[in-house]
Write a protein that binds this ligand. Structure first.
Ligand SMILES: [Mn+2]
Length: 352
């Protein structure tokens, strides 16, 4: 790993505050909300209701601490003033968490200018990163752009481009999407850092959820390989079941966007004999059909997906995925992945 990137992460790591985490604490981490002004170029608009509902009716009610891990405001395209004017309801909710001492706001690349909006209570305390100390093991939460080139991190040029080119053209999704090369670089550098420090890192930035260093694509590939190994020894009825599952996973694999086709494992880490499960990514709040988040509670870490049942039914009946309706709303939470933290740290400490 490049020394420059290592040192920049090391500096942020050292300077960030450490918060003790007990088994009773509940944490939810969201990133990449890209809140705008409510107009047609506001990528947040579509998921704004699901986001405010789950914050208020689920996470606040259940006593969670809220971690906002960067790119909360889309300041490349909009002013902070226009954002809070339009979305005061969201900021009121953030403020409830904050007033109870249950908010950590971390800065990303699309909202680093938020430092100039310190007068708003929500921005009084901003972090570049935070660390949770879980029984002597560390969980490092940072946005993730710090490992990118300077151009990608803080280019006003990109800002202008978005404002004057992308916005009038109605370009969606916050920014010119990170290509897979850039995603991969962000991931691999953070992976190397976490492995070396024997910690868990939780990022955002790429909008690609990761769990135990695996993307959805990697996960599907592994599932498919396992089923194929099982197949020759299986009895006939079980063979039919395996065939059905294989067909489903294959279709899902084919449907993952082309932008993601150079995925994490295959593009480098396959060279590694052992993958260390040290890298996690909360994805984004502004997904096409819903929002992803990382939860930590009861000594477990999980990747969850909130969706509107009117827009997607994919996970309603999905093998191995727990789904729960939020009260009598149209919103459901699917727990895509779940693992005990003790187990993850044992593997990190023994494998890294
Ligand atoms: Mn970002």
């Amino acid at each position: 790993m490049n020394k420059k990137h290592f040192h920049s992460l090391e500096k942020i790591f050292k300077e960030s505050p450490t918060i003790n985490l007990s088994k009773e604490d509940k944490i939810v981490i969201f990133s990449d909300v890209h809140i705008g002004n409510g107009g047609r170029n506001d990528d947040f608009l579509q998921n704004s209701d699901i986001f405010s509902t789950i914050l208020l009716e689920n996470y606040l009610e259940k006593n969670y601490t809220l971690v906002l891990n960067g790119d909360i405001e889309e300041l490349y395209k909009f002013s902070f003033k226009s954002i809070i004017n339009r979305w005061s309801k969201i900021y009121d909710i953030f403020e409830i968490f904050r007033s109870q001492g249950k908010l950590f706001k971390i800065v990303g690349n699309h909202d680093y200018k938020i430092y100039y909006s310190r007068s708003h209570p929500i921005n009084k305390k901003l972090h570049r990163a935070i660390k949770f100390d879980y029984d002597g093991n560390l969980i490092f939460v940072f946005h993730g752009h710090q490992t990118a080139g300077l151009f990608e991190q803080y280019s006003t040029f990109i800002g202008y481009l978005l404002k004057y080119l992308a916005a009038p053209l109605g370009m969606k999704n916050g920014t010119i999407p990170l290509d897979s090369e850039k995603k991969f670089k962000t991931e691999i550098r953070s992976y190397e850092f976490s492995k070396k420090k024997k910690i868990i890192s939780i990022l955002g930035h790429t909008h690609r959820p990761l769990f135990e260093s695996l993307s959805k694509k990697d996960d599907l590939t592994i599932k498919i390989e396992r089923l194929i190994k099982k197949y020759p020894k299986a009895e006939n009825p079980q063979k039919r079941k395996i065939e059905k599952l294989l067909k489903k996973y294959k279709l899902e694999l084919e449907n993952i966007s082309d932008n993601d086709n150079r995925f994490f494992l295959r593009s480098g880490l396959y060279d590694e004999k052992i993958l260390v499960p040290c890298l996690f990514n909360s994805g984004s709040v502004i997904g096409k059909r819903g929002s992803t988040a990382i939860e930590i509670k009861d000594g477990k870490i999980s990747l969850v997906y909130w969706f509107d049942v009117k827009r997607s039914q994919r996970y309603l009946d999905y093998k191995g995925v727990k789904v729960k309706q939020l009260k009598n709303t149209d919103y459901f939470k699917a727990t895509l992945k779940e693992q005990s933290l003790d187990y993850v740290f044992t593997r990190i400490n023994l494998l890294a």
